[in-house]
Design a protein around this ligand. Sequence first.
Ligand SMILES: NC(=O)c1ccc[n+]([C@@H]2O[C@H](COP(=O)([O-])OP(=O)(O)OC[C@H]3O[C@@H](n4cnc5c(N)ncnc54)[C@H](OP(=O)(O)O)[C@@H]3O)[C@@H](O)[C@H]2O)c1
Length: 388
Amino acid sequence: MKTMKKIRNDELEPEIVDWPVYMRRAIDLAGNAINTSSNPRVGCVLVTNQEIVGEGWHVAMGEDHAEVMALKLAGDRARSSIAFVSLEPCSHTGRTGPCSDALIAAGVSQVVIASIDPNPEVAGSGVAKLIEAGIPVTQLSDFDSLSRAVTPGYFKRREQGIPYVRCKLAMSLDGRTALANGESKWISGRESRSDVQRLRAASGAVITGIGTVLADDPSLNVRIGDLKLAPEEIARNELSLSKQPLRVILDSQLRTPGTAKILNLPGEVKIFSIQPPDAVKNPAPNVEYLQAAGGGKRVSLHSMLESLASDFGCTEVLVEAGATLSAAFIQAGLVDELIIYIAPKLLGSDARSLLNIAGIESMSDSLDFEITDLRQIDRDIRVVLKPI
Ligand SMILES: NC(=O)c1ccc[n+]([C@@H]2O[C@H](COP(=O)([O-])OP(=O)(O)OC[C@H]3O[C@@H](n4cnc5c(N)ncnc54)[C@H](OP(=O)(O)O)[C@@H]3O)[C@@H](O)[C@H]2O)c1
């Protein structure tokens, strides 16, 4: 039986030299979706004689898959087209029918993908189904990393059993997050806070520590009005935006007061502690109390992330905590992306520092990062970093 061909960009024959343009477009389309958790962000472009006849992306869990949206748009023009899809078309029936079947039924002439689906229910079987039906499949291997980057949590959850973790912090120019008396509102400007709203909206869960709940009484919800999205973008993402990310509090000793704002807003709240759920004396309504596995005096961060991935389908999560919990995530090697908003103000040496990390005595022990994005947001600077 024929197998899938894998080619790099420098191996493309002259007649298919434009394929990367269409694959790039498919991956860009995938990025249109704010939150598809626990599904992947996927884009699809249908091309006939160098003309795009249909395109689509997966908007949210429960909505059409990218291929189906593109096929609907193309109608009869899908016949004999080449389908460029950022991820291997699915072969199983979930909430929607298999996309490989839809592509076969539409009569596409060949399928070009960027990545193989790590979901064990697919994992090559979507490709096999297409090939069995006589449709050649090619992987553009140079696009694998880009297609993963557009939906990092989907791959991380499938491959490592935990979500992709972003950790956001706001600090002054001198690396301080609050005055000595705890006053911290606001370090960063309105535009930066609106940018954080976007990070929340992309997340399956927003995680904080009991220290922040007691000090700030935050809401940690998504407020559509603060998102600064164009009306068509809001309309497009209506389904995912209608659902708040889980709000997760790490509170080993169950100290969260029932009056805390975070417990009393629409959306689900999970409190992870080291206590069994029946130890909760006055459970708050709409809150699920969970005992994190792993033992120890504090919530095990890895077990908590495993639970978010396996029990609640979280693919991307955002840590919005203080210096203690944020440092614990970083030191445990659990942060994939650190996002720091730097405000052009000085808070002085009495103010609190960014992270409670003690005991680094030699430069060789420093925790090192590389900058992956740097931009000005109104008066602030946003730096995105990855650990190295
Ligand atoms: N600048 C910013 O971006 C930003 C963002 C958020 C908060 N803040 C500021 O941060 C301050 C609060 O910081 P904080 O350090 O006191 O609190 P925190 O980091 O939000 O929470 C720390 C608490 O989390 C609990 N926890 C549960 N499991 C843990 C684990 N495995 N490792 C570490 N901690 C764990 C611990 O309490 P238990 O042992 O009782 O569970 C710990 O004391 C506030 O003043 C707030 O304004 C700043």
